[in-house]
Design a protein around this ligand. Structure first.
Ligand SMILES: [Zn+2]
Length: 64
């Protein structure tokens, strides 16, 4: 059925993403602490790059 194949495709994509995250975490564990490296796909570098792309965080303010 159509619905079934769609579900299967979504599940396959999820499995792939999980595999990628798993691999990047494994890589980070193997490399150990290191600074942001160009071309490094470990989870730490990917997250750092994401943060840089997102730009500086807005200053958090509150008023009582
Ligand atoms: Zn890295």
């Amino acid at each position: 059925m159509r619905q079934d194949s769609r579900k299967r495709r979504v599940n396959a994509q999820r499995a792939l993403i999980l595999e990628m995250i798993e691999a990047s975490m494994q890589k980070a564990a193997e490399k150990g602490p290191h600074s942001l490296t160009r071309g490094c796909n470990c989870i730490v570098c990917v997250n750092r790059r994401k943060r840089i792309l997102a730009g500086p965080e807005r200053q958090w303010r509150y008023r009582l």
